[in-house]
Write a protein that binds this ligand. Sequence first.
Ligand code: GN1
Ligand code: MG
Length: 360
Amino acid sequence: MLPVVLSAYGLKAELFEITAFGAGLINHTWRVKGAARDFILQRVNDDVFKNPEDIEENIRLIADYLKQHHPGYLFVAPVQTVDKREMVFSPGNGYFRLFPFIRDSRTVTVVDNALQAWEAAHQFGLFTKNLAGFPAGQLKITLPDFHNLSLRYGQFEQALQNGNPERIRECAAWIAIAQSCYNIVAEFEMIKTNPAFKIRVTHHDTKISNVLFDPQDKGLCVIDLDTVMPGYFISDVGDMMRTYLSPIGEEEPDYRQIEVRVDFFSAIVKGYLQEMKDELTETEKTCFIYAGKFMIYMQAIRFLTDYLNNDIYYGAKYPRHNLVRAGNQFTLLQRLLDKESLLARIQLKECAEAIPKQGY
Ligand code: GN1
Ligand code: MG
């Protein structure tokens, strides 16, 4: 199938070395390496993204805006096919798109120093800031209710009714923990009705592997724009907390290794505010810790829900895989709550130091 897809771009597959690439759970990615040219090819999971064309339309709108308003900003737009399209549909195989591989760039899978966390937070802040003048409402909703925590909680409750009864019994302790944290959902309900929380162009998948770094560890740009939609900043900052704070990721079954690194928390807040200090409202600036709770909790209940529903969304590479992931995320949430008062002092200090321009 890949030779047919590449031929739509005028490329001959036999001239390239094609290897699986990255560790995304939803789309499939390959590196397509040639003597002179190097690409990233991706198949969009159309069970998840029901209208893959909407993604391309969003990327085109954003690319046009950035080219006009921020011409120096590195934005990785898809390569066009011979007949000037950004996506190839191969019957029976699905939707594909091709990106140029950015020379000398690399991705990181685990954040191993606070500077990387700063760089990544800075890049995601810059992305949203550069699009502050873009009418977010023009973007297509590629995944309806993607980060709607109320809906995710509803899906969890649904799974308690209709899920696998044996698994429901097995997970009684985790289910009780999930239910005991309902206050995180209640706070989100208030955020949704509070005008101090702004809707902006939001990336919605800010894990570290979605930032390209140069060989000196400086952030180059953000990638993986499938879920760029209107949203709240807590989605982006929260997923950074979820994936940068701990030295080990969501797949780790040994929960003793899960930790919240306080200096990484400061780095995320600082890096993000470097670009967003004039954009965020004062109320939003009090919600960096909440952002972490919101995203970690949402991911925990998404994994748990999927386990109760027999792994229909994320799949499972071994028995109880999604339960292991859910337990990992609930543990991370607990570690964050354990340090809440210390983190609150840091949040206050970093926000006070990042004085908005209008303060002068
Ligand atoms: C999925 O496929 P990937 O890794 O980019 C998921 C995210 C989760 C993440 C957890 C569309 O992202 O929401 O945070 O897995 N994306 C979708 O690893 O569901
Ligand atoms: Mg993604």
